[in-house]
Design a binder for this molecule. Sequence first.
Ligand code: PMP
Length: 489
Amino acid sequence: MALKNSILDTIGNTPIVRINNIAPDGVEMFVKLESANPGGSVKDRLAKAIIEAAEKDGSLRPGQTVVEATSGNTGIGLAVVCAQKGYPLVVTMAESFSVERRKMMRFLGAKVVLTPASEKGTGMVKKAKELAETHGWFLARQFENPANADTHAETTAREIIEDFGPDGLDYFVSGFGTGGTISGVSRTLRADSPATRIIAAEPDNAQLLASGHVQAFASDGSAAETHPGFRPHPKQGWSPDFISQIANEAMNEGRIDAFLGVSGDDAMRHSRELAQKEGIFVGITAGATFAAALEIAKTAPNGTKILAMLPDTGERYLSTPLFADIPEEMTDAEMELSKSTADVRFDIATAPAPAATGAKAEAWALQDVHNTVAATPVVLYALEWCEFCWSVRRMFQDAGIDYLSVDLDSAAYRENDQGGQIRAALREITGSPTIPQIFVGGRHIGGATETFDAYNSGKLHEMLDQASIQMMVASENAYGYLPKWLHPR
Ligand code: PMP
């Protein structure tokens, strides 16, 4: 393993893995795991290729903002590449794609501008174009940019031929979103592995390629209409409401040998099967592609080798129908297991913690608490990362309340056990051994529970008013700031 010079050197060269438990007898099935890319999807390849091609031909200037419309994976890939190379990134995405994607892009430093779901794929593409024109940004144009298919022709397809040898693979199965994968891979395979059949998988309720309807294009190469065969489907990243120029080219040049429709249920079932029977954790389009590959396998002669392209990881689907049947709480069977041993369970009370005794507080610590409380309108005596403390802080922040958090277990209070001394003083002053303890306008409210109660009853508002501090009521129930497992049972 050579040292990598940057994260960009880890894009591509994804593993091709044999399917051992869910392939029919006699047929050799393989999957190409694009989840192994650093951004977790096939689109890292296109992101790197488009940015580097634009750097080379000068259409992207140093520091210029990059903008693109995406179902999420291209945005995540671009965010990885732009973070490494120092370009600001703005992504337009329909609100219907999973929230994990938005959060990931924002975590990677990108801005995400949502578009209405009703405007579909064409809406988010239009928005990206408008933003590029208005602000002078570089538009990645993944649906038309030749660098998209080119990188698959030069990398993905070469990796496949390297692993199977020329004509060693009988079927290559892939869906299409931009069409970059199927167009690029099919171009190289036709030239250097001509015996390999190319199969395009599509949603069974939105078979655009198989429909025969000729997609209309505008002069800039973008789709000029919503395809009449389009219907909403759960396979995020597949078949937008148009056939892209790149996908159209692969079809017109006869590089697709057959089209297969896959239902949403089949897609999700096979994603789960791959996870539970093979340990391969992938998304919905991966399940769909694998389902199409199994269709081919059903009638294929012994010894046939089939490769399904699995575009991304399953982790970005936790909020989608893929995980709808995966419970958060314990199932009946899990609850039975919980009850099958004596201790550490939910259905019997745990013994109460012994009352804290603790040493008597030192005079300096008592004075320190009195001074701090007198001088500071809102004080929270806290532990740095305790969930109750964190929840009270969030409530204060949302309400626009300035506060001082004295974090007794933080490094600043470690010397000579200052934190422990102040905690002992708090115990004496408040009569309570628990943390956090909250003071407003010099008066003790209590712990997190009392503070949430005071928020809910309006008492906190009054106390702040008396101390001439404004607050905004940002939530109906302050207990909502607690993690669910800490809600009063
Ligand atoms: N599956 C997923 C999850 C995707 O994000 C994409 C890309 N939008 C695809 C499949 C299709 O890949 P391509 O754009 O190369 O056709």
